[in-house]
Every structure is written in C-alpha cells, then in structure tokens.
Design a protein. Structure first.
Length: 76
C-alpha cells in the first residue's frame, strides 16, 4: 500500500521515523554470568536496531556502512 511504511523507533533518541528513512544497523549483544568456569552461561544475540538520520550521523554509523560497502566491492 502506498504511503503506509512501518514506523520504527530510534534506538538512541526515541524519535519515530518510517522504516525506509531509518538507518538499520545490526548490533551484537553478549551476556555472561561469570559465576565460575564449570557453570558459566554465555549468550550472544544479534539484533537489528534502527536509528534516525541525525543519530546515525552522530554515532558514525554511516561511515561504518560505507567501509563495509567498499570492502564488498573490492571482493567482487
């Protein structure tokens, strides 16, 4: 449907932006109980977060995505 893009919330500032205007970034989160070595519980999760344009520029995410795109173009 035209003009009905899903609204996402910026992970940094809480601004609501359409999904096509938000910057998607995959963020890795790791948890570790650190109790002892025999019963240590580790958990790693990759989560897709969205940032508004201003927060993505402030955090330098555009530069990271640019570098990733340059690496992919060099490999091909």
């Amino acid at each position: 449907m035209r003009g009905k893009e899903t609204i996402v919330v910026c992970d940094q500032c809480g601004r609501k932006v359409p999904r096509n205007k938000g910057v998607a970034f995959e963020k890795g989160i790791s948890f570790n109980t650190g109790m002892n070595t025999t019963q240590d519980v580790r958990f790693f999760e990759k989560r897709k977060v969205y940032y508004c344009i201003s927060c993505a520029k402030h955090r330098g995410i555009f530069e990271k995505l640019k570098r990733q795109a340059m690496k992919k173009s060099e490999q091909v």
